[in-house]
Design a protein around this ligand. Structure first.
Ligand code: XLS
Ligand code: NI
Ligand code: NI
Length: 447
């Protein structure tokens, strides 16, 4: 950054004066404020790490979460925040956010409309507040080169969304939510966002006794069709994503997992318009592994982006912890590399520090850990792919489909009659072992 071009911008005192720009120091470093594995420029499979991983910092957890829980008040110490809901405080916080993201060296961020700017007394006032903060976001993006991975509208926090937004029993609430999405799409477009997420926090039900599922799902589809239409109208080219989650805050959410989302998108003619944003803790809440959800999405050519976090297997809710498990990140990167990499999506840290980790420096430790865990996952996955034994094993496992009767079945050349004749001739099939333990050992050779 040239010193004189800085003069164009408001320069405020540093919020993290003691924290330097985080550097890559390599695996032997013992500096907790350095990357041991994330080396942005390092080439892996012909591409720089930063372009594989496309890390993104979330505004809601990192800059808005007060870290309260149902039993106690927020613990977060954020000296830059005056605790008010003023636009001025929001603008100031935006500058702090960019100082943080810049020092961390993440290329992207993501937000909900109401994270960045306070909700006003009317929609007009809320939109005005948002515009005032978007101005700052835009100039900070320009100053730092940090980009918006995706924007979204918060359609779950305000009491008006008590019965849902697009799936509310109240048509006026549907209309309000539509108006909010319209504006959120406009500002995402204005900020050059590479995507837009639909996460239906309250698009579900608490009891079936008062719920018309068919009507609510139809409305949700109609809502998404309206958004697609408006996106085209304003020329927004970013990717639309739907983010599966089975429950919390509702008892059941319609976008419950990747398979349910894909079925919904296909049923309502939206499959070509939206991809999936898969989050680890949502996968596990749905009773799946992250690996499962990623593979299901990728198989349908619908894996767009990931919300990188993890749950606590001992707790039954969305704890949104930072991902540190190398097995998890290796599995993520195996699927992502196999599908040819992320394009408009990224590795978005939808994660929050623990209530006990209340100092600003913990935000750095958390993100550094997540970025290093994913960088390791990337390197390990690339090494497994280079070794080739895993892919070769899977290829061999399906080899009966490559010659003989296999291709005839796959290509629809034979039916039940021909397969009866074939089986009468060949007799009992002979199977080979699936070798799960052998493969688990193979993965461990690289970890
Ligand atoms: C909550 C969701 C949410 C979405 C964006 O569980 O993960 O944060 O990512 O609305
Ligand atoms: Ni999320
Ligand atoms: Ni979540």
């Amino acid at each position: 950054m040239l010193a004189d071009s800085r003069k164009k911008y408001y320069v405020m005192p540093s919020a993290f004066p003691k924290i330097p720009k985080i550097q890559y120091e390599g695996p032997t470093s013992r500096n907790p404020l350095a990357f041991k594995h994330y080396n942005p420029e390092e080439i892996v499979e012909g591409k720089a790490m930063q372009d594989h991983l496309r890390f993104s910092v979330v505004y809601w957890h990192t800059f808005r979460n007060r870290m309260s829980d149902p039993f106690g008040a927020g613990t977060a110490i954020r000296p830059w925040d005056d605790g008010t809901e003023s636009v001025k405080n929001a603008q100031n916080r935006a500058r702090v956010a960019f100082e943080f993201i810049e020092k961390l060296g993440a290329p992207f961020y993501a937000f909900h409309d109401r994270d960045v700017a306070p909700e006003g007394k009317s929609l007009t006032e809320s939109n005005k507040n948002l515009d005032a903060v978007v101005k700052v976001l835009k100039s900070e993006q320009k100053r730092t080169g940090i980009k918006l991975l995706w924007g979204t509208a918060c359609l779950f926090a305000h009491p008006r969304y008590v019965h849902g937004a697009a799936t509310s029993s109240n048509a006026d609430v549907f209309a309000y939510a539509a108006a909010q999405v319209k504006k959120a799409l406009e500002v995402t477009h204005e900020l050059g966002g590479e995507g837009y997420v639909f996460w239906g926090g309250r698009e579900g039900y608490s009891t079936l006794l008062n719920t018309n599922i068919k009507r609510e799902m139809d409305h949700l589809a109609q809502f998404l069709h309206m958004a697609v239409e408006y996106k085209k109208k304003i020329g927004f080219r970013g990717t639309f994503y739907i983010e599966p989650k089975p429950k919390e805050p509702t008892k059941h959410q319609y976008d419950s997992d990747a398979a349910a989302c894909l079925n919904f998108l296909r049923e309502y003619g939206l499959k070509d318009e939206l991809k999936l944003n898969i989050e680890t803790n949502h996968a596990t809440l749905a009773g799946h592994t992250m690996h499962h959800e990623l593979e299901v999405a990728a198989a349908a050519n619908a894996l767009g982006s990931i919300d990188a976090n993890t749950g606590d297997p001992m707790l039954g809710w969305d704890t949104d912890q930072f991902p540190t498990d190398i097995y998890l990140t290796t599995q993520c990167m195996l699927t992502i590399l196999k599908m040819g990499g992320l394009t408009t999506g990224g590795v978005n840290f939808d994660a929050k520090v623990r209530r006990e980790s209340f100092e600003p420096i913990d935000l750095f430790y958390a993100h550094i850990g997540g970025m290093d865990a994913f960088a390791r996952g990337l390197k390990i996955a690339a090494a497994i792919r280079k070794d080739g034994r895993l892919a070769e094993f899977v290829k061999q496992r399906y080899s009966s489909w490559d010659t003989g009767i296999g291709p005839k079945i796959e290509n629809g050349k034979v039916g039940l009659k021909e397969l009866e004749a074939y089986t009468l001739k060949t007799g009992e099939p002979s199977n080979v072992s699936g070798r799960q333990e052998f493969l688990e050992n193979l993965i461990n050779e690289f970890i």
